[in-house]
Design a binder for this molecule. Structure first.
Ligand code: OAD
Ligand code: ZN
Length: 247
């Protein structure tokens, strides 16, 4: 890490020490060091790679594709998105410790991987859903993620035969109202918002950031549309940054 970036990490440490209510807003880049994919990064993004399927990944993550091509959807979901073996990484653990120490009050995440909860964070708002919540479309029964991960083809409820729908938000769907409201409440309370590992390009990000008036810090290895609005931009790997700000 170069010296300017190290200085910026020191500045962020100072901002965290001063903050009254710091909130972390994360995206796919928080989980890449756990072995999960991100969507839009130039180098690795799922949306920037050729698709082995009949449609692009963006199209496959729409309600229309899910309904019309469930076999292919579930194959894609299991192969590319769901990775139950991926462990939380140092950033997830640091955020959980920071919450226990009162340094971070809340994690709002666009990731559905449940890794913040597995690392021990308690106040987590999964605005794009959670792969651990799977619901039968027929009878509403809940299923663990293994019910979707460990079966061939379309996962079905053993009781009513309905399709088991993974609890993730698809493109064009509206986020759960309760979660969206909770995220807005946290953003309104916050005087320091750290956006990390997110391109800040889609839906939830602009909706939340456009109403935020406090200090904004961005940690991302690529530029984002909010860099000019931010008080501090750290262009670096998020694990390296967290290693310098915590403990
Ligand atoms: P994106 O893939 O759009 O952005 C992730 C950003 O993290 C990219 O700019 C990467 O360059 C950066 N990044 C990756 N690994 C990093 C690392 N180790 N350190 C620092 N930066 C890193 O993902 P999101 O912003 O989360 O929605 O995307 C938002 C939503 O778009 C997702 O929740 C998903 C997707 O469509 C749904 O599934 C509904
Ligand atoms: Zn059922």
């Amino acid at each position: 890490m170069d010296e300017i970036t190290q200085d910026k990490c020191r500045e962020l440490r100072g901002m965290l020490a001063q903050a009254g209510y710091a909130v972390f807003f994360g995206g796919a880049g928080v989980s890449t060091d756990s072995g999960l994919v991100d969507f839009r990064s130039q180098k690795r993004g799922l949306y920037n790679r050729p698709s082995e399927y009949s449609a692009s990944p963006e199209e496959m993550l729409t309600p229309k594709f899910y309904e019309e091509n469930p076999e292919e959807f579930f194959d894609f979901y299991r192969t590319k998105l769901l990775n139950l073996a991926a462990p939380p990484n140092s950033v997830h653990y640091a955020l959980a410790e920071m919450e226990r120490a009162g340094v971070i009050k809340c994690v709002i995440t666009q990731n559905a991987d449940n890794l913040h909860q597995r690392a021990g964070s308690e106040n987590v708002i999964d605005i794009h859903g959670n792969v651990y919540i799977n619901t039968c479309e027929g009878c509403g029964r809940r299923f663990p993620p293994e019910a979707v991960a460990d079966c061939p083809g379309v996962p079905r409820c053993g009781v009513c035969g309905g399709v088991i729908r993974p609890g993730i938000l698809l493109f064009g769907e509206v986020p759960d109202m309760k979660l969206a409201m909770a995220a807005i409440r946290e953003i309104n309370r916050s005087d320091l918002l750290i956006a990390g590992g997110t391109s800040l390009k889609v839906s939830s990000a602009p909706r939340l950031l456009d109403r935020y008036r406090g200090k904004l810090v961005i940690i991302n290895d690529e530029p984002t549309p909010y860099d000019s609005r931010a008080d501090l931009v750290i262009n670096a790997g998020i694990s390296e940054v967290f290693a310098r700000i915590w403990p």
